[in-house]
Design a protein around this ligand. Structure first.
Ligand SMILES: Nc1ncnc2c1ncn2[C@@H]1O[C@H](COP(=O)(O)OP(=O)(O)OP(=O)(O)O)[C@@H](O)[C@H]1O
Ligand SMILES: [Mg+2]
Length: 278
């Protein structure tokens, strides 16, 4: 098995005037999808806490909940059942995304269970893969980072996320490592590069819920590094009950337990992300 993931970041520059942007340059925010079609690998947890850590570094951050489970929305203390409008209306009915952005620890574009119907509703529309890209256009200049939490599948919602993203962070749980799943994810990205968004690439693979002492965990990490080399972040997110408790309090672990190991791990991840993209 020889995965072909490469991290060739496009040049990033902010131009004073739109018209003066050189061809090929990428103005605007870094847009990062948090994706892995495997469920329960800490996509949402990593979206919440990386966003909070980037905010702490003075970045302007929007998170977009693209998962009908709405865990990201709930993690910021927003009740999806009481939302009148959500990402479903943005994607399917072209409601301005600013109408579903809530100002919390970071800005949150909220979703609800309605979003489960979006793939079907979008499937008949021309430009169905670009609905999110279009929706973000009016607000993208207001942010330095837009992080998108995706559902555990490689369906149309995740494809919308990849189509508008500059990079993808792939959280993996070493205990249940699926190299085959990672290869499938990379081949989906290859198709997106060919047809929809030539720039999108894996920004990094993030080991989560790490239990350093188990032999199996170490073997899985070796296997990951042997296949994906520098794409594996140096930061490892260890198992921590505080990371599971924070969303119940309606925010990140950086606000729930600012000096804890979980908060520091996501700060370290933010440093790595900043050093890779800037
Ligand atoms: N480092 C950690 N230590 C302990 N528990 C964690 C850690 N990271 C995440 N969790 C918990 O594991 C569960 C799954 O995490 P999370 O919801 O972030 O995964 P996900 O990939 O978004 O899942 P899904 O695929 O269902 O969207 C949650 O209950 C979360 O609180
Ligand atoms: Mg999730």
């Amino acid at each position: 098995m020889t995965p072909t993931a490469t991290a060739s970041a496009m040049p990033y520059q902010t131009a004073p005037m739109r018209l003066s942007v050189a061809p090929g340059a990428q103005p605007g925010p870094r847009i990062i999808s948090m994706a892995n079609q495997k469920g329960g690998v800490a996509k949402t947890t990593s979206t919440v806490n990386l966003a909070a850590a980037l905010k702490e570094r003075g970045k302007r951050v929007l998170v977009v909940d693209l998962d009908p489970q709405s865990n990201l929305t709930m993690s910021f203390g927003i009740d999806p059942e009481h939302l009148e409008q959500s990402m479903y209306d943005v994607l399917v009915h072209r409601l301005p995304i600013s109408d579903v952005i809530h100002h919390r620890e970071v800005d949150v574009a909220a979703s609800s269970i309605d979003l489960a119907g979006a793939e079907l509703a979008l499937s008949a529309q021309i430009g169905r893969e670009r609905a999110l890209d279009k929706a973000l256009a009016p607000v993208r200049d207001q942010y330095d980072f837009i992080l998108i939490d995706t559902p555990p599948s490689l369906g149309l919602l995740t494809i919308n996320a990849f189509t508008t993203s500059t990079g993808v962070i792939v959280p993996v749980q070493l205990e249940y490592l699926s190299l085959r799943g990672l290869v499938q994810l990379e081949s989906t990205l290859q198709m997106i590069r060919e047809h929809l968004n030539p720039a999108v690439h894996i920004e990094g693979i993030l080991p989560t819920m790490v239990e350093a002492r188990t032999i199996h965990g170490r073997e899985a990490l070796d296997l990951l590094q042997a296949n994906f080399h520098d794409l594996v972040f140096e930061t490892r997110i260890k198992k921590s009950v505080k990371l599971a408790e924070a969303p119940v309090q309606g925010g990140s672990v950086l606000s729930y337990q600012p000096d804890g190991a979980g908060a520091n791990a996501y700060r370290a991840l933010a440093e790595e992300v900043l050093s890779r993209v800037e």
